[in-house]
Design a protein around this ligand. Structure first.
Ligand code: NAP
Length: 336
């Protein structure tokens, strides 16, 4: 049995979903992989709670859900106000798990890698702006740097591009990578205008209070940038052309429907070319997704078209990607 120490940063929706999976599947992971996970620290923006012997995850969930902040936790735990970078350096762990929305997390990802710690993340901006630096550092130190949940939640498009298709040359990827815009466009198909559809998405918790990242195509642009880095070579989001759905009118949606089509926010990734824009797609096209589904059509020289379709958001769906990466990183650490 190998014990793996995890340092968890972010205890929001995804962080708590990851904690729940670690609790619920503890026995399975021991039996199936010979891995025993010990969470030695958990951080939110209020505090870093650290116990080298391992934290009680049920209690952590209870504190966060009842009080909203980890700093309310007293008991036997040491509560610190480290910056993430200090915490990464100070706390002995094998894997740093970043499930925060810290846009500048690349600084502490690098600190972790330089310290010989593996990193698993669902946080997009560090990859969309610093892919080359981060992956080079991980390679140099020979430590895992994994980010499956950054694109299409747990649907394993990253693994397909990293580990599959080794002999293929990718020619292009077309994908619907943002579920919030799919929801809004679907509601516009039944007669709502953009503003009303957006308000409904916000009421249901599908869109954030500040929805600009989704509706302006930035979120899809981050994801498309990460796909370009994997399929071709490293670039940054600054090389992407992203246009959102804010200017789509009910009239355009209606006319598309009359033609048997649907409008979706489509990302197209070709060598040196990343475009995100609303496009009309035939109703039967793999990209005509509904609900929280994402889809990608990868075209290669040998295989032709490969379609990957599955959940692109959701808590247990994102935890699927994060926990899968934690397991893969742990197995790699065991080998070395
Ligand atoms: N939700 C999804 O379906 C989904 C899917 C794929 C990827 N993701 C990505 O996964 C990440 C987490 O998403 P989420 O839905 O869980 O967001 P969330 O509910 O807003 O949670 C974010 C968490 O990060 C914490 N945090 C932010 N900056 C921090 C810092 N510097 N140090 C320590 N903690 C920090 C926040 O602390 P407080 O609690 O104190 O605010 C909060 O606990 C995001 O990057 C998101 O884009 C989400």
């Amino acid at each position: 049995m190998r014990e793996v120490r995890l340092s968890l940063f972010g205890f929001g929706n995804v962080g708590r979903a990851v904690a729940r999976v670690l609790l619920e599947k503890e026995l399975l992971f021991r039996e199936k992989y010979g891995l025993k996970f010990k969470v030695v620290s958990i951080a939110d923006t209020s505090a870093v709670v650290w116990l080298p012997e391992g934290m009680a995850l049920r209690e952590a969930l209870m504190v966060k859900e009842n009080f909203g902040r980890l700093s309310s936790w007293t008991n036997d735990y040491e509560v610190y106000n480290f910056t993430p970078e200090e915490a990464v350096r100070e706390i002995d762990s094998d894997i740093v798990v970043d499930v925060t929305n810290d846009k500048n997390a690349q600084t502490w990802h690098l600190a972790a890698l330089r310290d010989g710690k593996a990193v698993v993340t669902s946080n997009k901006p560090p990859l969309a702006f610093h892919y080359a630096e981060l992956t080079k550092e991980a390679e140099r130190r020979d430590v895992p740097y994994r980010f499956e949940a950054t694109v299409m939640a747990g649907t394993p498009i990253i693994t397909v591009l990293q580990d599959g298709l080794k002999g293929d040359t990718v020619e292009r990827i077309e994908a619907v990578l943002n579920a919030t815009t799919t929801f809004i466009l679907s509601r516009m198909e039944v007669g709502l205008d953009f503003e009303d559809a957006l308000r409904e998405a916000q009421k249901l918790g599908i869109a954030e209070r500040d929805p600009s990242g989704d509706v302006l195509g930035i979120d899809a642009g981050y994801k498309a940038t990460i796909l370009h880095c994997l399929a071709f070579y490293p670039v940054t989001f600054n090389d992407a052309h992203a246009k959102g759905i804010a200017e789509i009118t009910p009239e355009e949606v209606r006319r598309a429907r009359e033609r048997g089509n649907t409008i979706r926010l489509v990302a197209e990734v070709r060598e040196e070319e990343i475009t995100v824009e609303p496009r009309e797609v035939p109703k039967k096209d793999p990209l005509a997704v509904e609900s929280h589904e994402n889809a990608a059509v990868i075209k290669t020289d040998l295989l032709g078209e490969l379609v990957i379709k599955g959940a692109g958001a959701g808590l247990k769906e994102t935890a699927s990607g994060v926990v899968g990466d934690i397991i893969k990183a742990s197995m790699k650490l065991r080998e070395s």
